[in-house]
Ligand binder design. Structure first.
Ligand code: ATP
Ligand code: MG
Length: 330
């Protein structure tokens, strides 16, 4: 197996990892069942939103981290901003909308593991982000941009992403892309074009399941990985849920990371924690195989906690988790 190390992501010292997108609260049904058609016991609000979970994990691990997002002038906004601040993220580019409430998601798990949601995102502060002065200031000092597919659903996000790509690249920074977006959105030609642009310019892509094929435009794991590596990407990290993950490098490297054997309580946020830990580790100079181990630990640790970012771990917590948790056979 070739041993050439992959091209590094820009070091943490260049400036924070930044991401853009929705901040939400999540309110969860205590018991499994179908939907919300009768009064049921709920627990929440939990801080949430894919980019928020990503950046929180990044910060908890000791990576410099910041987010461009918007919340309402309400407790749902405050619980999020205070969590991110307490965990060490730069919250200076989280704007507070005077007119719209913080985004929310009510979620109930069904017995088969599927979920029913009631979202308030499009009509909430979460959809009101723009390239304001505080966003520009954060971008101006960023060292790495992480784009999450969920941002494609937010009208003002693309302008910010494009600006950030230009600035971060000029500074010698790097870009990663987690293509987790709703498939229906890709039916729109403009979204498809923007999605492909991100696939083309990203140094690191972190797909899960079908997203690999959607990003590559072809079926079959080997073919899809080769197609992506033939573009500009230098590393692909494929998330496999309870089956762990695989790293593919541009020089043909492949590392498997078997999953930790945990009892899944709440799967929401695993992929976001995985990404936050992986990017933070790589930017802090952790070698690929060890970064992959931390990322698997971050994803697995998060699924044993109720709440989308409650299980995001510090380096010490992840070290303890790695030492004490058995691995599944790969
Ligand atoms: P999400 O479901 O949050 O969108 P995703 O589909 O992007 O996440 P997953 O593959 O579900 O990502 O999870 C990311 C990583 O977290 C996995 O690669 C694995 O390392 C870990 N993980 C997730 N679920 C489990 C589990 N049930 N047991 C062990 N590890 C898990
Ligand atoms: Mg998943």
């Amino acid at each position: 197996m070739p041993t050439t190390p992959p091209k590094d992501l820009a070091p943490d010292a260049l400036g924070p990892t930044i991401t853009i997108g929705e901040i939400l609260v999540e309110i969860m049904a205590d018991d499994r069942g179908n939907g919300f058609l009768q009064p049921i016991a709920l627990t929440g609000p939990y801080p949430s939103g894919a980019p928020a979970i990503f950046i929180d994990q990044c910060a908890r691990l000791g990576g410099a981290a910041g987010i461009i997002a918007s919340v309402g002038a309400d407790d749902f906004g405050r619980i999020n901003v205070e969590r991110l601040r307490a965990d060490g993220a730069d919250v200076s580019a989280i704007s507070v909308s005077p007119d719209y409430p913080t985004g929310s998601a009510f979620v109930r798990y069904r017995h088969d593991g599927n979920r029913d949601f009631v979202f308030n995102i499009a009509q909430s502060a979460a959809a009101r982000i723009g390239l304001d002065a505080s966003a520009r200031a954060l971008i101006a000092r960023a060292g790495h941009l992480h784009v999450m597919g969920t941002a494609f659903a937010i009208p003002g996000a693309w302008e910010i992403i494009e600006h950030a790509i230009g600035v971060v690249r000029t500074r010698g920074g790097t870009v990663s892309f987690d293509p987790n977006l709703r498939k229906e959105l890709l039916g729109q030609p403009l979204t498809q074009q923007r999605f492909q642009k991100l696939v083309d310019i990203s140094d690191l892509i972190l797909p899960s399941g079908e997203e690999l094929f959607v990003a590559a435009g072809c079926e079959g794991e080997v073919a899809a990985v080769q197609a992506l590596l033939a573009r500009n990407t230098s590393e692909i990290v494929l998330k496999r849920g309870a089956h762990g993950s695989t790293f593919f490098g541009a020089a043909g490297q492949r590392f498997e990371c078997p999953a930790f054997a945990v009892e899944e309580v709440d799967p929401t946020g695993a992929g976001d924690c995985f990404g936050g830990a992986y990017v933070a580790c790589r930017r802090l100079g952790v070698p690929v195989e060890q970064a992959l181990l931390y990322a698997n630990a971050a994803g697995a640790r998060n699924v044993i906690f109720r709440g989308p970012m409650e299980g995001a771990g510090t380096r010490l917590q992840l070290d303890a988790f790695i030492d004490s948790t058995p691995r599944r056979a790969s």
